[in-house]
Design a binder for this molecule. Structure first.
Ligand SMILES: Cc1cc2nc3c(=O)[nH]c(=O)nc-3n(C[C@H](O)[C@H](O)[C@H](O)COP(=O)(O)OP(=O)(O)OC[C@H]3O[C@@H](n4cnc5c(N)ncnc54)[C@H](O)[C@@H]3O)c2cc1C
Length: 369
């Protein structure tokens, strides 16, 4: 192929959702992915929670796309028989300081347009989660869990059926701007380089979206596009039947992450995590020494939890625009004509709630074409 209309870099959930949505209307779409299949990075290393959008500042892209994306995602899962469950979620406070935090979270969420959110009485909490102890508990009815692999597989199949082409094992290594459009050079599995032209570039490269933007000539420091990686580890409860937990249960979020929470999965398992540590390396190992931190953190509201209940599970990497010490950074999702890169669409800093927001992100990207 010498020329294509739209090139999407990255077959994570965002690249797949964009490919599936645009291919309903546009021809000649190519998705380029460095791994041998879709969803090999962050999109398959997360909590698989459909977020209701409690935490993000009013009018931020995160708030708007999460709230819109959640509704689209529930509808999509129902339409395509993707395993999912609207479990609801409980946000717990174990002391006065945390109670003040969850009241502030509720206030922000209601201002941002989140609905079906109210405080539980102790009796209601005990009815929903008999093993959980909390001073106060906020109930978010619209939170849920899904099978993210089935979701991505369906997006992939829809995109393919509608004519989107996928090039796996192919890494984008160079992008140069032409008078109109872009020339993209990729490294093929045998190490050979191959170049082609494209009218439109959509950068959905997750953890490396800043590097891909830099390849095209964006000054990522000046644009504020430098990504900071934050690792999140999970531990699994080895005998989940010991507990009677059927809803995600969260402590109050901090400024950088949602706090180590309990998430039930669709197979009846229970995971704790993720924690959050800024790091320079992509590393999916789980440090067994951190078990005590997880246990101490969650046993505050699940008192029967002991160290022996926990086994290391997986880890994921967040692509954060938020540098250490910064309060909040929004998603960057924009067409870059103003910076001199017509028809180049950047998606940068797509951390949580990126999975929940993915179908809404695809619709936003469509408005730039
Ligand atoms: C620990 C953790 C928990 C999370 N929990 C949730 C949750 O419960 N709910 C929620 O809504 N969100 C959650 N998220 C966020 C969510 O997982 C991400 O927002 C989402 O997966 C990002 O998808 P993506 O397509 O942007 O990136 P990715 O999935 O990382 O995909 C990017 C793709 O680009 C490819 N790529 C990169 N560079 C190149 C190149 N040069 N050439 C070719 N291909 C390239 C990569 O190989 C990769 O496949 C969580 C994230 C983490 C880390």
């Amino acid at each position: 192929m010498e020329k294509t209309n739209i090139t999407i870099i990255g077959a994570g959930v965002c690249g797949l959702a964009i490919g599936a949505y645009l291919s309903r209307e546009y021809r000649d779409i190519l998705v380029v992915e460095q791994h041998d299949a879709f969803g090999r990075e962050t999109s398959s290393r997360n909590s698989e929670v459909i977020h209701a959008g409690l935490y993000y500042p009013k009018d931020s892209l995160k708030a708007k796309l999460c709230i819109q994306g959640k509704d689209l995602l529930y509808a999509f899962c129902a339409e395509h028989a993707i395993p999912h469950k609207k479990t609801g979620k409980i946000l717990v406070a174990c002391n006065h300081e945390e109670a003040a935090k969850i009241h502030a979270i509720q206030k922000n969420a209601l201002e941002s347009g989140v609905t079906r959110l109210h405080f539980l009485s102790q009796k209601e909490l005990q009815h929903l989660e008999p093993d959980i102890r909390a001073q106060e508990a906020l109930w978010s009815e619209d939170t849920g869990i899904l099978d993210s692999h089935q979701f991505m597989k369906t997006l992939y199949e829809n995109a393919k059926r509608q004519g989107t082409e996928f090039a796996f094992n192919v890494e984008v290594v160079e992008i140069s701007k032409k008078n109109t459009g872009y020339r993209i050079t990729v490294k093929e599995p045998d190490g050979d380089l191959f170049s082609f032209e494209t009218s439109i570039v959509i950068n959905a490269a997750g953890l490396r979206a800043d590097r891909v933007a830099a390849m095209a000539g964006f000054d990522i420091a000046a644009c504020g596009y430098k990504l900071h990686w934050s690792k999140g580890q999970y531990f699994r409860i080895s005998h989940p039947q010991k507990f009677n937990i059927t809803h995600p249960v969260y402590p109050p979020a901090s400024k950088t992450d949602l706090g180590i929470h309990i998430t039930p999965d669709l197979a009846g398992g229970l995971r704790l995590g993720p924690d959050a540590h800024y790091t320079e390396d992509i590393d999916y190992s789980v440090d067994e020494n951190d078990k005590k931190i997880f246990c101490d953190s969650v046993s505050r509201f699940l008192p029967r939890l002991t160290l022996e209940d926990l086994v290391p599970d997986t880890a994921g990497m967040r692509a954060k625009l938020q540098a250490p010490g910064v309060d909040f950074s929004d998603f960057v999702i924009q067409e870059e004509s103003k910076k001199g890169f017509k028809d180049f669409i950047n998606l940068i800093g797509i951390e949580s709630p990126g999975l929940t927001s993915s179908l809404a992100i695809a619709r936003l990207v469509r408005t730039f074409l």
